[in-house]
Design a protein around this ligand. Sequence first.
Ligand SMILES: C[S@@+](CC[C@H](N)C(=O)[O-])C[C@H]1O[C@@H](n2cnc3c(N)ncnc32)[C@H](O)[C@@H]1O
Ligand code: SF4
Length: 390
Amino acid sequence: MRCVSENVGRATRPGEPSEWMRCARDKITGLYVHVPFCDGKCGYCAFYSVRYQEALAEDYLDALERELAAAGPLAPETIYLGGGTPSVLTASQLERLLRMLLAKISLSRLLEWTIEINPGSLDAAKAAVLTALGVNRFSLGAQAFDDRVLQTLGRRHAAADTAKAVALLRKAGARNLNLDLIAGMPDCPRALWQQTLLSALALSPEHISVYALTNEEGTRLNRRWRQGKMKLLSEEEHLHRLDMAEALLAASGFKRYEISNYARDGFECRHNLACWRGEEYIGLGPAAASHVGMKRWTNCADLKAYGAALARGRRPPRAVEKLTPALKRQDQVIFGLRLAEGITPETASGYEESLATLQVAGLVERPNGRWQLTARGRNLADYVAVELIR
Ligand SMILES: C[S@@+](CC[C@H](N)C(=O)[O-])C[C@H]1O[C@@H](n2cnc3c(N)ncnc32)[C@H](O)[C@@H]1O
Ligand code: SF4
């Protein structure tokens, strides 16, 4: 898909949302805001971000305010501030961002407000602003708990920073913390991975995400791997690490409610659950994705073009995909199967034959009438998706 710049469409009266957003505001469940700044680039990461600069961040906040105004009076159930690293903003920039959202959004339906935090970029002032203004879920990019591994990954934080960040957030009143971990990192033997999981559990988070390391094009890790300077784990070893995570986390009371996500009862991430269930969301900021009705679109991953378009009263350039009912159903089946709850027979309608073949192969099952991945199927979810698309 190509990013194109389009006319915004005229607002009917000054201050009213323009036609390109008006259709969405009553239906959406989630609001995602992409904050495209980091304090450097991790070796494995392909998410869109640029290096944080104070003036650039102010320009971004100006543009975001314009995009938010065009979106009209949203009333989401969840807000997710992701990135990039929202926590690299200064305390006063975070306060501006939060107040801008509070001024424009109805809180009547709001249940969950998440922010992604890099442990090295949090301080007491930021933790206080976030909790005081209503953020109630905090997702920390811990990744690992060994300084050498963190260095290999190109992280700018040390293991001790994660513990400090957790303590700061708890002191400020945080009751819902997530830790992101990466499984299958180079230079991390099994014993160290087990230690990583135990260190995460020792911090008593309510939620843990365990992402299998993906070798993304354009990253330093990918370049070093191509040059033969870095060895990655075999597929089999990778799966073993994920099995270790499931066993250890389950023994500590965490449920694997999605392939990469574990939570204590009642602490599943509502925002991501809604996305996997095919509900509608709006994304603001460069590189943010939206799904409304029969359309999906992604703002162009270009901070300059994003700001320039909005300053001229235009919609940020974006790539749009029109969905057919068949494509929408395909997404519901593939994303729905990532969840432990699986999919209903109604959602699976039209896919029964493929699902029956996958059932014979031991990859899906149908307890209680819903189609779900088996333990083997969870490890081979990408293969299952390919078989369902065929
Ligand atoms: C967009 S990042 C935002 C979090 C925050 N910037 C940080 O890193 O602390 C969300 C998460 O994606 C995961 N991630 C990014 N690139 C990945 C990759 N190539 N393989 C596996 N996980 C990855 C990391 O665990 C990261 O915490
Ligand atoms: S993992 Fe987080 S901190 Fe690292 S480059 Fe990606 S978004 Fe930035």
